[in-house]
Write a protein that binds this ligand. Structure first.
Ligand SMILES: Nc1nc2c(ncn2[C@@H]2O[C@H](COP(=O)(O)OP(=O)(O)OP(=O)(O)O)[C@@H](O)[C@H]2O)c(=O)[nH]1
Ligand SMILES: [Mg+2]
Length: 264
């Protein structure tokens, strides 16, 4: 990373993470200082009802020039939080990193190595990579594999796990893809990756080490149902309505808003 000429923006979405956010921010800052490249950390509080934002404001005073803090007044979900946060980044590369410390930031190095080796535009951490070390319950493993089969069947994406909270993008990719997508709340990662793939960007996968910090996952059966529903909605828009291609056409003509309204 020391030889990296370009700047890296780390974007961390945080929703009710008062228990983890300080450790997460401090560890990320320590790691990137050691990497020695040019970087910034942008944390967006997604309308938390706990003390996440107050803790972040304290940290911002401690790390001026390194930590940027933004806030959504209401909880909008991870996808919309990331889309908003992206507007404030100035890096040539953008890393999405979850705030719960399940995935240590040191792993960003592996993602960059794979980006170079594979000449990729996007590298995503994958729990299903043969070299990953994941310490999470059997039912989550079965869910991950089932979702992989569904995604393979519907989209033929060259990835095994779209859901893991560490991803690296050339910022040009996000600049192109964000305006096209609807940001489906439960299938945001998938919608982003499917559209990037559709536009011809190369996606590679990286092994990860995952150490769950929460005793209980926040993903319940309602979220599984909603994720499947949103995934099918992305399929319908991509393959049947051709919405994503048409929104691009209307955007070029400056009529995207009218088109979105028509399609609602
Ligand atoms: N659940 C949830 N997370 C959000 C939201 N907005 C931002 N986030 C952040 O998105 C990241 C991923 O959320 P998690 O709840 O950890 O989701 P997960 O890793 O799939 O599930 P866990 O097994 O509970 O860790 C975390 O950094 C959250 O703080 C939101 O509206 N809901
Ligand atoms: Mg998590």
């Amino acid at each position: 990373m020391k030889t990296l000429q370009e700047k890296v923006s780390v974007v961390m979405p945080a929703y009710n993470e008062a228990g983890h956010i300080a450790a997460s921010v401090e560890e990320t800052i320590r790691t990137f200082r050691e990497f020695g490249c040019s970087w910034e950390l942008l944390v967006i509080d997604d309308g938390s009802s706990d003390a996440t934002y107050e803790i972040l404001c304290g940290l911002q005073k401690k790390y001026p020039g390194e930590l940027i803090v933004k806030k959504n007044p209401f909880n909008l979900g991870k996808g919309r939080a990331l889309k908003k946060a992206f507007r404030y980044t100035s890096g040539d590369f953008v890393v999405f990193l979850d705030a719960d410390m399940d995935l240590h930031p040191i792993q960003v190095q592996t993602l960059f190595d794979i980006l170079r080796l594979d000449n990729a535009d996007i590298v995503i951490g994958s729990k299903l990579h043969p070299n990953s070390r994941v310490n999470y319950p059997l039912e989550r493993k079965i869910m991950s594999f089932g979702y992989y089969l569904l995604v393979k069947l519907l989209f033929g994406l060259p990835c095994h796990d779209t859901q893991t909270g560490i991803k690296l993008f050339k910022s040009e990719v996000l600049r192109k893809v964000f305006p096209r997508i609807l940001v489906k709340q439960f299938a945001f990662d998938l919608e982003l990756l499917v559209n990037a793939h559709h536009l011809g960007y190369k996606i590679a996968e990286a092994p990860i080490v995952l150490n769950p910090q929460r005793k209980y996952t926040r993903i319940g059966s309602r979220a599984v149902f909603a994720t499947t529903q949103d995934t099918l909605a992305v399929f319908y828009r991509m393959r049947i309505l051709k919405y994503y291609d048409r929104i691009d056409y209307y955007r070029r003509k400056g009529m995207a808003k009218e088109f979105r309204r028509m399609r609602k």
